[in-house]
Design a protein. Structure first.
Length: 369
């Protein structure tokens, strides 16, 4: 018994990244429980992305029209769902423990939907409750089968802790995947060249602008999958900046490169912990390359997110980039010189810059053309 549950639990953990493994785990439980139908699904009133449902409904003859009938006519009056939701998360609902056979036959869900489809007894449990999201797994036996036994209930209860942990990981992966997809799509829309690299300058992602830049002859290029400067001394500086951005504590820096008649500035930033890539990989750095320009039209939220600044520090940074001073900032904000100086020190520390000129150069690199 223990080896069987361990094998099924392992499939659920594999299912965090592999939908077919989650399906296989549910199928294995269904076989052990002598059920005909299994279904793993999420209920969520919000518009947040949800894990893919898993089931064998169509194999048992429950097609789209049957599920549409259930959702429109029966879901709001389903005593099985109501009984499951009354239990604490992880509690196992066996329908015959909550209402009698006579009560079931009087309920339209059983009389008009389940039994005509060849089904009857149901076991179910909530394996994840996070915010407005509920992950539920359920198993339905053919109508001529016996009710679930105490042994069946214990079998499900032994697996619930592992299923619950795997369900949380699976939901987190869905969120990260969507964030990464949206984030990368946003990066591709930027005019700046943005490259995600690790501490060894290995390229993990490059947006469309960067791909174009790296394929052309110039001061910045790629060789054997690594970002590099074409001038040796500049490349050593780039490697130093990347290592600093991937270190703890992380540092931010910039390097100016001669690119023909123009000057290319590459800013190296630590990948913020809130970014989807940050939780999935070893420490990463963002290399943002652009021709220097005025920083007055920078998006404050972009600056704050990329440099990890507070709203006050962001306002100070943007003001300094326009040529104003810390004293000007104190006057505009209506604060003391001492307080403004404290914000200035925190700004340089968070941005990983030693001098104000480095900060201004960094902001110029982040400028949208």
């Amino acid at each position: 018994m223990q080896s069987e549950t361990q094998a099924i639990a392992g499939l659920f953990y594999d299912g965090v990244l592999q939908p077919q493994a989650w399906h296989a785990a549910m199928d294995a439980m269904c076989t052990r429980l002598q059920a005909g139908v299994f279904h793993s699904f999420t209920l969520d009133e919000s518009s947040a992305p949800t894990p893919e449902s898993a089931g064998n409904l169509e194999q048992f003859g429950l097609h789209a029209r049957h599920m549409a009938e259930y959702e429109t006519q029966h879901a709001g009056n389903d005593p099985r769902l109501a009984a499951t939701l009354r239990l604490a998360t992880g509690g196992v609902m066996l329908d015959h423990e909550h209402f009698s056979a006579r009560e079931a036959l009087r309920n339209p869900v059983y009389a008009d939907w389940l039994i005509p489809l060849g089904l009857k007894h149901t076991a179910g449990t909530v394996v994840r409750l996070e915010g407005s999201a509920l992950d539920i797994i359920s198993f339905m036996r053919p109508r001529d089968a016996r009710p679930y036994s105490d042994d069946d209930k214990r079998f499900i209860e032994r697996l619930v802790p592992d299923i619950a942990r795997a369900a949380k990981l699976r939901a987190r992966m869905v969120t990260l995947s969507r964030s990464a997809h949206l984030g990368m799509a946003a990066l591709d829309s930027l005019r700046q060249s943005i490259v995600v690299v690790d501490a060894q300058c290995r390229i993990h992602h490059a947006n469309a602008a960067a791909e174009r830049l790296l394929t052309l002859p110039g001061a910045l290029g790629a060789r054997h999958g690594r970002l590099r400067c074409t001038v040796g001394a500049a490349h050593e500086r780039l490697e130093q900046l990347v290592r600093g951005a991937c270190a703890t504590p992380a540092k931010t820096g910039a390097i100016a490169l001669a690119d023909g008649p123009q000057r290319l500035v590459a800013a190296v930033l630590p990948l913020q912990a809130s970014h989807a890539w940050a939780g999935m990989q070893a420490p990463m750095a963002l290399v943002v390359a652009a021709m220097p320009g005025a920083a007055s039209s920078l998006d404050p939220r972009l600056v704050g997110d990329m440099l990890g600044l507070s709203p006050t520090e962001t306002r100070l940074a943007l003001l300094l980039a326009t040529g104003k001073t810390v004293k000007d900032f104190a006057a505009i904000e209506g604060m003391s010189w001492h307080t403004a100086r404290s914000h200035h020190k925190n700004l340089l520390r968070r941005a990983g810059c030693h001098r104000q000129t480095e900060l201004v150069q960094l902001l110029q690199t982040l400028q949208f053309a």
